[in-house]
Ligand binder design. Structure first.
Ligand code: PEP
Ligand code: MN
Length: 638
């Protein structure tokens, strides 16, 4: 068996050796070196178009194309025709990359003195790599189709012209090398991509061709994806066109609105796999008749005073489970407001499992809640449990909550939909995502567009927690609705010690906000004391979520806030230095220049954008960071 495998393996290798690999140029060109790199038989073509046609027509098995050069960057002469073939529907796969060290020699017919050379022939990409050196020597550049082709021309021409080509090509055509390397930079090199027809290949290198009609869609794509961008000249339809090396197409597409961007992937997954239509299941609601809750439209942003939730804005609603007294709710409101909470919660009608447990102080407590909200500038949200409560509560509260137990109380849903107030809709403990969206539909059909969905844990076999926070369900709901989705870690956990962890999990998963129970005397709380955070713990959570404290917070607390930020900044700076060092190492290994003024300018812009109005600070920070990075990379200023 093993032997059979080994035989198959060597058979495969033997087959690879028989591959004909096309390149652009004459024998002796750098393309030939790349074509032969994996044991293939190189075959030269006069142009990149002819090379790609030969691949398409099955004349060769593989083609190598130069993509990127250490000195001049993108090799547009090759990348443009490559892009044209892809756009016209040629199904290619990138199966490998080969880096070829480039030394561009200046060579002439034997006996030609260097001083007599007035013109040098070569491929435009090669000539661009020696612009300065040739200019210094007073040599004019003459464009031809290939480096080795240039050597051939010079050899057949009775002049003192020279060729810029490899030593190999010079020797092949009987030229004498006058200058060993005329490139403007040491450590020159070119990266070639190996292409095959998609149906003959398993793609290995992720390579995407990107066309976009907006600049913003691709802003900082390199930073976002860690990919290398090889720009091409734009067209009117697509002002931004480029090759992207090392980022998968799905990720690129996800970074920008689909109508704006066209991505063709030549990497993983293989091109033919990309043609398989992904199953629709899971991205469409099962209940297909929910035009309001699931219509494809821009995210709904619910806004009430300082509360803004949805479309990137995140809210933190906090307060006691129950409004117990005017003083209790006022004290807690002050605590959460000073930590940066954006709304105040508090129950006046409590849905209790035990009918003899505290049922809430009713409408009287609504006045206490509203007074606390007014005093702290926070809008208030409270639960309604019955249709006849809707009108009186809607008169005073800023937002109405539908509790988990009432998620499918359809009369109540319709009534809050007509109340004129935004609605916070908890997911039922036994409701599916579709049922939850169906409930939102009832509210919206009643006329209220401002609905916030709230995941608060579902009932599972687990008894260690009160419910199980269904982060997966929350994420699954995200592509199905434009409504904001927040999480309630308190009712999910049922215990204070787990609230912060769950809150952070939901926040990191992209929740549009949180609703958290806070009590300053949990042991004596009239409901849900076990899961209430004391104000100091809530402050810690708020710090971790980067909320803004205000001056009502005691000075010691404010200092704790700024200390936490300083610590995070220090850790980030350390990480930046470490990654900058890795980048320096990577550049050295791939023969690229470590210092790059264009990158420095981009870094500076990033800081200026992040620190609007403090250009001086942004610039000083960048100076310090770059200085530290250079010291670490042991590089001197140029
Ligand atoms: C509450 O928010 O106090 C409450 C009762 O929540 P749920 O309906 O999610 O149990
Ligand atoms: Mn509660």
């Amino acid at each position: 068996m093993l032997r059979e495998l080994a035989d198959q393996e060597s058979e495969k290798k033997a087959k690879d050796i028989d591959l004909t690999v096309g390149y652009q140029g004459e024998p002796g060109a750098y393309g030939e070196v790349a074509a032969a790199a994996h044991g293939g038989i190189p075959k030269g073509f006069a142009s990149f178009e002819k090379l790609l046609e030969a691949l398409r027509d099955g004349e060769i098995d593989e083609a190598v194309l130069p993509m990127e050069n250490a000195v001049v960057g993108a090799i547009t002469e090759a990348l443009e025709p490559f892009a044209n073939f892809v756009v016209e529907g040629m199904e290619l796969a990138a199966v490998g990359l080969t880096s070829v060290a480039v030394r561009l020699s200046l060579a002439a017919r034997p006996g030609t003195p260097l001083g007599a050379v007035k013109r040098a022939w070569s491929h435009p990409a090669a000539l661009r790599q020696c612009t300065h050196r040739l200019a210094q020597m007073g040599i004019e550049r003459v464009v031809c189709y290939d480096t080795a082709g240039a050597a051939q021309i010079v050899a057949h021409d009775a002049s003192t012209d020279a060729a810029v080509c490899s030593r190999r090509a010079a020797e092949r055509y009987g030229l004498e090398v006058l200058v060993d390397d005329v490139s403007d930079k040491e450590q020159n090199g070119t990266r070639f991509v190996h292409l095959r027809m998609a149906d003959h290949a398993r793609a290995q290198v992720s390579l995407a061709f990107l066309r976009t009609s907006s600049m913003t869609a691709t802003a900082r794509l390199d930073v976002l994806t860690g990919a290398t961008l090889l720009p091409l000249a734009g067209t009117t339809e697509y002002p931004v066109r480029m090759w992207v090396l090392g980022a998968d197409a799905a990720r690129l597409q996800a970074l920008a609105p689909a109508r704006d961007v066209q991505v063709v992937s030549l990497g993983q997954p293989a091109a033919h796999a990309a043609k398989v239509t992904p199953p629709k299941q899971g991205t469409e609601p099962v209940v297909k008749t929910l035009p309001h809750a699931t219509a494809r439209k821009a995210p709904t942003v619910v806004e009430i005073g300082p509360l803004r939730v949805g479309g990137g804005a995140r809210a933190v609603i906090a307060g006691p489970c129950s409004v117990e007294s005017p003083e209790q709710v006022m004290r807690i409101a002050r605590e959460v407001a000073s930590c940066g909470a954006t709304a105040l919660r508090g129950g006046i009608f409590k849905p209790r499992t035990n009918p003899y447990a505290f049922q809430g102080h009713g409408l009287e407590a609504l006045d206490w809640l509203v007074a606390a909200g007014r005093a702290t500038g926070l809008p208030v949200v409270t639960e309604v449990m019955a249709v006849d409560q809707v009108k009186p509560v809607a008169e005073k509260a800023d937002m109405l909550q539908i509790g988990a137990r009432n998620m499918q109380n359809f009369d109540l849903l319709r009534a809050v939909g007509r109340s004129g107030r935004p609605v916070l809709l908890k997911r039922g403990a036994g409701a599916t995502v579709d049922e939850w969206l169906g409930a939102a539909e009832y509210v919206m059909a009643g006329g209220e567009a401002r609905v916030i969905l709230c995941e608060r844990g579902i009932r599972t076999f687990e008894t260690a927690t009160r419910n199980t926070l269904d982060v997966g369900g929350m994420l699954a709901a995200r592509p199905l609705t434009h409504l904001p989705i927040i999480a309630d870690p308190s009712h999910a956990a049922g215990r204070a010690d787990l609230v912060e962890g769950l809150a952070r999990a939901a926040w990191s998963a992209g929740a549009d906000g949180l609703i958290v129970e806070v009590h300053d005397d949990p042991a004596r709380a009239l409901s849900d004391g076990e899961q209430a955070l004391i104000p100091a713990r809530f402050a810690e959570l708020a710090r971790n979520l980067a909320l803004h404290p205000d001056a009502r917070l005691p000075l010691a607390q404010l200092r704790a806030w700024v200390d936490a930020i300083d610590h995070d900044l220090g850790v980030l700076v350390q990480r930046r230095l470490e990654v900058a060092k890795v980048i320096g190492d990577s550049k050295r290994q791939t023969g690229r220049a470590v210092l790059d003024p264009r990158r420095e300018a981009a870094v500076r812009r990033t800081y200026q954008e992040a620190l609007p109005g403090s250009k001086l600070l942004a610039d000083k920070l960048v100076d310090l960071l770059l200085e530290a990075a250079k010291a670490q990379q042991s590089i001197d200023e140029p």
